[in-house]
Design a binder for this molecule. Structure first.
Ligand SMILES: Cc1ncc(COP(=O)(O)O)c(C=O)c1O
Length: 381
């Protein structure tokens, strides 16, 4: 199999597996227990909290461990909404957010919250001034993702945060797709809340974190014991958290090398694909983009058919995001770009990762070209 779907998930690093195995076999105590076994588990969690905090330049006490990026997004949005509902019930997001943000905001309409979706430009990037213009006296939160999961565009979070803060509005960013790929710093971005997920950075699935800047008002969504300083009840996923910590440390240490690798292979992938696939075009801004993500639209082919043909040929890629891969409708991200003749085009998302090689890319591109040719032939007949 040629795997070019690293934005969907990544393989777990051996160092992570080693730490998780140690946690499962040696440090299996309950971190809330006040005895030797509990202390050993607590020690592992404390280390992971430091490692995850350091990855984004945040103190350990700002880290709230969750069951993943989805829960981190839910906690940020629902938590602020509940904490500040007396102040206002208006939220602002972009129109290309992940469903963890989009659907959560939609659900909040039942509780009287209103959400403005600020549209991105045709390049998939938001204008910070457009966000500022959407702010109202009752706005309590702006939530804009750092790197988009379907087209890889990078949003101007620092500018958005500055404008929102000038109007007294809190800012959350979903950094699930940016961390480990481009520099991510709580301070440099200037945000109040930031979501992370372990499985996008060679860690385990089912664990993530919400980084909360000190003093930011937040209600828990999971209540019970006082775990995670009262922000997320439930006995912690100690092995997962331990693995997340190691993955975070590796991501921090290897970031410069990973960025060089993604830039080199992403560029090679884009150039090879555009040359081999007549009529294909890149979705999203060519420069304001994580270089490892190549989203292509191809006229005259059905994305789902293409994906199925490629799967049979041993190439693992996505139509849009992994969550959308089994649905036929056009993704809201691609629709947001307002592309001409978008209805007649198939979309492919190819994303590179640390194990990706040039040989794999060459092979994948040639298989994609063959599949496109045969599918177009079928349509023509
Ligand atoms: C931008 C973004 N946010 C949130 C998530 C959800 O993260 P998780 O899979 O950890 O729930 C994803 C994963 O696809 C994502 O790409």
């Amino acid at each position: 199999m040629i795997y070019l779907d690293y934005a969907a998930t990544t393989p777990v690093r051996p160092e992570v597996i080693h730490a998780m195995t140690e946690s499962l076999t040696e440090s299996w105590g309950n971190p809330s227990s006040n005895h030797l076994a509990g202390h050993a588990a607590r020690k592992g969690m404390d280390r992971a909290r430091r490692q995850v905090g350091e990855l984004v330049g945040a103190p350990p006490e700002s880290v709230i461990f969750t069951s993943g990026g989805t829960e981190a997004d839910n906690l940020a949005i629902r938590g602020v909404a509940r904490a500040l509902s007396a102040k206002g019930r208006h939220l602002i997001i972009s129109n290309i957010e992940h469903s963890a943000v989009r659907v959560t905001c939609k659900m909040l309409a039942e509780d009287g919250f209103e959400t403005t979706e600020v549209p991105v430009g045709p390049n998939g990037v938001l204008d910070p001034q457009a966000v500022a213009r959407a702010i109202r006296p009752d706005t309590i939160l702006v939530s804009v993702m750092h790197v988009n999961n379907e087209i890889g565009t990078i949003q101007p979070i620092a500018e958005i945060a500055e404008l929102a803060h000038a109007r007294g509005v809190l800012v959350h960013t979903d950094a699930v797709q940016s961390v480990g790929k481009i520099p991510v710093s709580l301070e440099a971005l200037g945000v109040d809340l930031l979501s992370l997920s372990a499985h996008k950075i060679y860690g385990p699935k089912g664990v993530g974190a919400l980084i909360r800047r000190k003093g930011v008002p937040l209600f828990p969504i999971l209540t019970g014991g006082g775990h995670e300083r009262g922000f997320r009840a439930g006995t912690e996923n100690v092995p997962g958290i331990t693995g997340f910590g190691v993955a975070a440390e590796l991501a921090m240490r290897e970031l410069p090398a990973r960025m060089r690798h993604d830039e080199e292979l992403g560029t090679f992938l884009l150039e090879s694909a555009l040359a081999a696939l007549p009529g294909s075009k890149l979705n999203g801004d060519p420069d304001l983009r994580w270089a490892g993500c190549v989203s292509l639209r191809m006229p005259g082919v059905d994305g789902a058919d293409l994906l199925a043909t490629l799967d049979a040929a041993g190439v693992a890629i996505s139509a849009g995001s992994a969550c959308k891969a089994f649905k036929q409708e056009t993704s809201h991200v691609i629709a947001a770009l307002n592309l001409p003749n978008e209805q007649d085009s198939g979309t492919l998302r190819l994303t590179v990762g640390a194990p990706t090689t040039r040989a794999e890319i060459q092979e994948a591109v040639s298989l994609i070209a063959k599949a496109v040719e045969s599918l177009r032939g079928k349509v023509a007949r």
